[in-house]
Write a protein that binds this ligand. Structure first.
Ligand code: GFB
Length: 446
């Protein structure tokens, strides 16, 4: 029974309607999951879409985001780290920092309350059948028949079973429906708080908050929801709130100091304790300097098999890095990579004896503690502090480093660079050897 009510209104600085709704103060919870093969850094992008959605949802009720555990990610293959199932967010991120943007709770804590073990409503998102055929793109959503085979089964009690991030034996869904969806994340709000369809497009639904609507809602395949505000200050607030866990930052700091002669004071990369105190880089202050090394993110594995024209051979990658080192008068390159050991050695050979190749290779104990995800983050932190960064075309791992450097205030010329593909022979996509298409410059906005 609802006993207490509270007015929920849009925040005064939002350029939206400022309607207020008198709703129960009862907590509502939003859960989400992503298509299983998607990697860690694409998932971080989905988090940003959802986080912006939660801020908008809170206009209509007391919503909290339940953080989906990192469960058995496709790229996390190390078998000497004691398992990589159902890992909490606090292993990788500073939750107090995220909580300054939206209320979040770890899944483990959420299910301590027995009543949360049945999720009231699951929307399984799917693209419209004709999504890529029509030229007429408009925001829309419809509960429809499922297009493919639904990865949920029904038990004898009529409850829906699924992996649920490695908790499939104790968590169930009360109802699962397929939702054809096309649009930004906030387009889903009427289905979450109550509303009625009146057409398609931007004004396709009216919101009519309903007290009796589901208390816990999960959106599966959440990557189908697009950004509400890609590149806006709100997008960047969500991004800035995703600070890495202190233990990973400390590990990277120690490595930079010991192996790369790099400290925040010397490199001019000191940051405010809270992301909320970050300011745009003042033009008069110049850009951040960064540590005396170049970082290259050399993405291999599945990128080598599927994207030969955009991914260089190891030899050609090393040659491009050498060219940059010479030009920048640097002698050290930090190599961030998912390459096998042989390719790392090959890279070192091609770089030659005049330059120092530094690679982060954690002890077995450290790896067991931080897992593949934490090791990769430490490499990202090291790269984000470098004087010059060269990434891999279309890798979200590289994108996240570029964003970090934008937040820190580096010169974009030192950030938005990539390895050109192929083997160094001029080709259609790289007609002038190492002059391939530059990465888009996604500049920060405050
Ligand atoms: O992060 P991610 O989404 O980036 O997936 P992409 C790549 C994963 O590979 C990372 C590992 O999360 C890491 O686990 N990895 C990649 C690395 N580069 C490095 C590195 O330099 N160091 C370390 N330690 N690990 C996309 C995926 O990958 O590739 C998509 O998101 C899809 O799901 C596509 O698989 C083909 O954007 O690079």
């Amino acid at each position: 029974m609802i006993t207490e009510k509270k007015n929920y209104c849009s925040r005064p600085n939002e350029n939206e309607d400022t309607d207020c709704y008198s709703l129960s103060i009862n907590e509502r919870y939003f859960l989400y999951d992503v298509n299983p093969p998607e990697g860690f850094n694409l998932r971080r992008d989905v988090f940003m879409r959802v986080a912006v959605l939660i801020r908008k949802l809170r206009k209509y009720g007391n919503w909290t985001l339940v953080l989906p555990p990192w469960d058995n990610l496709y790229h996390w293959r190390s078998d000497d780290v004691g398992g990589q199932r159902s890992l909490p967010w606090a292993l990788f991120f500073d939750l107090d920092s995220i909580k300054k943007f939206i209320p979040v709770i770890e899944f483990e804590d959420f299910i301590k309350d027995e009543s949360n073990r049945i999720i009231d409503e699951v929307f399984f998102l799917q693209n419209y059948k004709d999504a890529w055929e029509s030229n007429n793109w408009e925001d829309k959503m419809d509960i429809e028949a499922c297009i493919g085979k639904l990865p949920y089964s029904v038990n004898a009690k009529g409850e829906y079973k699924n992996e649920f991030w490695g908790h499939g034996s104790s968590i169930k869904g009360k109802r699962v429906r397929c939702l054809s969806f096309q649009g930004p994340a906030s387009y889903i709000i009427p289905l979450l708080v109550g509303g009625k369809r009146i057409g398609t497009g931007k004004k396709g639904w009216v919101i009519k908050p309903d007290e009796n609507i589901a208390r816990t809602v999960m959106v599966d395949r959440a990557e189908i929801m697009l950004h509400d505000e890609f590149g806006s200050p709100e997008y960047w607030r969500a991004r800035r709130s995703m600070r890495f866990a202190h233990h990973l930052v400390a590990e990277a700091k120690e490595f930079r100091k010991m192996r790369l002669n790099s400290t925040d004071i010397k490199d001019e990369t000191l940051r405010p304790l809270s992301w909320m105190d970050e300011k745009p880089q003042a033009v008069d202050d110049g850009f951040k300097k960064g540590g005396p090394y170049l970082c290259v993110h050399m993405r291999r594995m599945d990128f080598v098999w599927g994207r030969t024209s955009e991914v260089p051979t190891v030899k050609w990658a090393a040659q491009q890095v050498k060219n940059h080192l010479k030009r920048l008068n640097l002698v050290t390159v930090f190599l961030a990579t998912d390459a096998p050991e042989e390719e790392i050695e090959e890279f070192q050979q091609h770089i030659g004896p005049n330059y120092d190749v530094v690679h982060w290779k954690p002890s077995i104990d450290l790896k067991a503690m931080y897992k593949d995800g934490g090791v990769a983050i430490i490499e990202q932190i090291i790269c984000s502090h470098s004087r010059f960064f060269v990434g891999t075309h279309e890798s979200t791992f590289s994108f996240r480093i570029q964003e970090e450097r934008e937040i820190m205030g580096f010169n974009p010329d030192s950030t938005f660079n990539r390895l050109c593909g192929g083997d160094g022979t001029p080709s259609k996509s790289s007609p002038k050897k190492d002059k391939c298409e530059k990465p888009s410059r996604w500049r920060i906005a405050f």
